[in-house]
Design a protein around this ligand. Structure first.
Ligand SMILES: O=C(O)CCC(=O)C(=O)O
Length: 330
């Protein structure tokens, strides 16, 4: 039975049309999780259904985190390069004295082709949880290593409250999940994640740039009108702890009041049954326009480029194979 399901999964990738989410998934009595053996306890499953996030302690080893940190340094200093990588400077440090080292870089994005950082989203320990939210046929859609800088005093190191779905032109939202792993102890002092539990049950809200005096990083859109009285939870985590969260969960991160750089590594995964949507005329039009404009700046005005193209990646089959072959106990 399980073998049949695995074969179906693998063959599913060969269908060019991204067929609709299978009935077995839609008919589940759970909405935000799918059946995946005994990976999630009943309590964990109920907590994700209720809150839209789940913290799992100690999923990534210190040794792996150390390797990612070293690699981050090499990529920041230019000691090594990797194709397709986006290197972003922080609004507060872009013009600072830190020109060529890790302190000048706030984020690496799209590291799917990096031989070292890409190991993160292939970790069986991560994928076995991801499967509980996306189903067995997994694609890695978006990757980030976030290096939150010490705040210069203007609160610009905050990440405004937002929903990640704003950035994604594909659906259904319930088959998308983010894994976000603390690379060191993250706490309120250095700007841990802040979440509004249960907000994954709402709809996608309009996002725009917050009007903060200290400025905000490029593409850090936020929701302007969420209910500030809603209960919030600060996710203080140890190095290697990982939070899985739904793309509609309203979240952000606080000010880094320390002198260190707070690091985290993340990947957004989706079921390969997800389908691209046209965001024209929706609240996502502003981010789509910004992304396309940026691509034209980088690649030239004549390159045909859409929001959807930014999300294309070529390793979903690879991920499926890893899942089929390497997850212990499957
Ligand atoms: O790591 C952080 O500070 C926030 C990351 C985040 O919410 C995001 O990039 O969507």
């Amino acid at each position: 039975m399980m073998a049949d399901r695995r074969l179906q999964t693998l063959l599913g990738h060969l269908r060019p049309d991204h067929s609709p989410v299978p009935a077995a998934v839609s008919a589940s009595t759970y909405r935000y999780t799918v059946s995946c053996g005994r990976v999630l306890s009943e309590e964990q499953r109920a907590a994700y259904e209720r809150d839209g996030f789940l913290v799992v302690p100690g999923l990534v080893s210190r040794a792996d985190l150390h390797t990612y940190t070293e690699r981050f340094r090499d990529l920041c200093t230019g000691l090594d390069k990797t194709p397709g990588l986006t290197i972003m400077k922080d609004v507060s440090i872009a013009k600072s004295e830190f020109s060529k080292d890790e302190r000048a870089i706030t984020k690496l994005q799209n590291f799917q082709h990096d031989p070292v950082l890409s190991r993160y989203f292939c970790l069986p320990a991560i994928l076995r949880y991801v499967e509980c939210f996306t189903g067995p046929d997994i694609m890695a859609m978006h990757t980030m290593l976030i290096n939150k800088p010490p705040d210069p005093g203007q609160l610009s190191s905050r990440h405004p409250m937002h929903q990640d779905l704003h950035y994604f032109p594909f659906r259904p939202a319930d088959r998308i999940v983010c894994s976000w792993t603390a690379m060191e102890h993250v706490h309120r002092g250095n700007g841990c994640l802040v979440v509004l539990p249960g907000t994954h049950k709402g709809s996608l809200q309009p996002h725009e740039y917050p009007k903060w005096e200290g400025g905000v990083n490029k593409m850090y859109h936020g929701i302007q009108n969420y209910d500030h009285s809603m209960p919030r939870q600060h996710l203080e985590m140890q190095a290697g702890d990982t939070v899985f969260f739904h793309p509609l969960l309203i979240h952000g991160s606080g000010t880094n009041r320390t002198s260190g750089f707070r690091k985290a590594i993340s990947c957004h995964f989706a079921s390969s049954h997800c389908q691209y949507i046209d965001v024209e005329g929706t609240s996502q039009q502003n981010i789509a326009d910004e992304i396309v404009e940026l691509a034209h700046k980088r690649l030239g005005p004549d390159v045909k480029f859409t929001f959807q193209v930014t999300m294309e990646c070529d390793h979903r089959t690879l991920l499926t194979l890893i899942l089929l072959c390497r997850i212990p106990g499957r």
